[in-house]
Ligand binder design. Structure first.
Ligand SMILES: NC(=O)c1ccc[n+]([C@@H]2O[C@H](COP(=O)([O-])OP(=O)(O)OC[C@H]3O[C@@H](n4cnc5c(N)ncnc54)[C@H](O)[C@@H]3O)[C@@H](O)[C@H]2O)c1
Length: 328
């Protein structure tokens, strides 16, 4: 069953850390649809079982859920016991502000927890780890070129960014010295259904909820700051494609296109028929002025490119949040 980017005739058993989260659960659904068997490890600190409703309803033993903190060494035993072919490592403390306030707590999950996952992978003879890195924080606030290539200097400016970089550096070590294959995906600003609209990140989710409430969303600054918005299904596709190719590489997963927050607002206001302007608040300190990731290396090495336009992705996201409100 060779589908888009699927190596499922060769590797069929996956373990997804953070699989109850926004991106992780989308990836789980994609893997299950392609016939993989999937284990999810998640402590439900920000994810939710509701995101795995479809997966948990499957009749056969294709899916199992393990509520576990990756900072606990028990995760090593679990991986050794389950022996997956591929580990998709997405579990993380994802809030940059939390990492600034509590760097030790951030590192406990994002560095030490990652090390547990990698140690488990080596012990279990896992064929590959595909890791969710962060493009926005990896290259820092002032990359020389936009869209930014993977060859740009790495200069994270938050404990979260430092921890993500460190986990990537560890993967390099594990590949060189311990024979563990890996690919690091540097994700741009991922958006889509299931993103938490109550967090600090996820402007599309936050705007969606406000607009559907018929309340004016807040733009911090004048709206000219740019982001690279990439749709979650496209990101799941990159994870699947990276299972068989791109070993040892850092690959940007973004559109390469800069969209201003004002442009995003205009598209979303139009799609929801909202005629009022946004509210404007002072810019947040430390926020990136511009961000876009050049995805050409991912196209070259794993045949990936984004396939969902921002209009289409935003429309689908709005539909999702509309549906959620209808069932509340
Ligand atoms: N959303 C983005 O735009 C974006 C951008 C760059 C990188 N990433 C990375 O992608 C990954 C997924 O992010 P997301 O946006 O889906 O966030 P999310 O919060 O929805 O998913 C993270 C998941 O990890 C779980 N988790 C957190 N700490 C854990 C722990 N100690 N043990 C086990 N599970 C734990 C959470 O419960 C959650 O289900 C993260 O690694 C994040 O850093 C996301």
């Amino acid at each position: 069953m060779a589908q888009r980017g699927s190596p499922s005739s060769v590797t069929t058993q996956a373990l997804v850390t953070g699989g109850a989260g926004f991106i992780g659960s989308t990836l789980v659904d994609r893997l299950l649809a392609e016939g993989w068997r999937v284990d999810v490890v998640d402590d439900l600190s920000s994810g939710s079982l509701a995101n795995l409703g479809g997966a948990r309803a499957l009749p056969d033993r294709k899916f199992s859920f393990h509520r576990l903190d990756i900072a606990s060494p028990a995760v090593i035993d679990l991986i050794t016991h389950r022996r997956p072919d591929v580990i998709f490592h997405l579990a993380a403390q994802i809030d940059v502000r939390v990492s600034v306030a509590r760097p030790v707590g951030d590192a406990t999950v994002n560095i030490l927890g990652s090390l547990n996952v990698f140690e488990g992978a080596v012990a279990a003879g896992v064929k590959k780890v595909v890791f969710a890195g962060s493009g926005g924080t990896l290259y820092g606030n002032t990359p020389d070129e936009i869209p930014t290539k993977e060859t740009a200097a790495q200069a994270p400016e938050s404990p979260y960014g430092v921890a993500k970089k460190a986990a990537g550096d560890y993967l390099h070590y594990y590949r060189q010295q311990r024979g563990l294959e890996s690919t690091i995906l540097a994700l741009a600003n991922v958006y889509g259904p299931r993103q938490d609209p109550h967090g600090e990140a996820g402007v599309v989710a936050i705007f969606s909820n406000r607009l559907l409430e018929r309340e004016r969303p807040i733009i911090y600054g004048d709206g000219s700051q740019t982001r690279d918005f990439v749709y979650v299904d496209d990101v799941a596709d990159a994870f699947v494609r990276a299972t068989e190719k791109g070993g040892g590489l850092l690959l940007n997963v973004g559109t390469g296109v800069e969209t201003t927050v004002q442009q995003l607002y205009d598209v979303m206001a139009r799609l929801t028929g909202f005629r009022e302007p946004a509210q404007y608040a002072p810019p947040r300190t430390g926020e990136l002025a511009r961000s876009a990731l050049d995805p050409s290396r991912a196209e070259l090495h794993i045949g990936w490119k984004p396939f969902t336009s921002i209009e289409e992705g935003v429309a689908r996201t709005l539909e999702f949040f509309k549906g959620q409100r209808a069932t509340r």
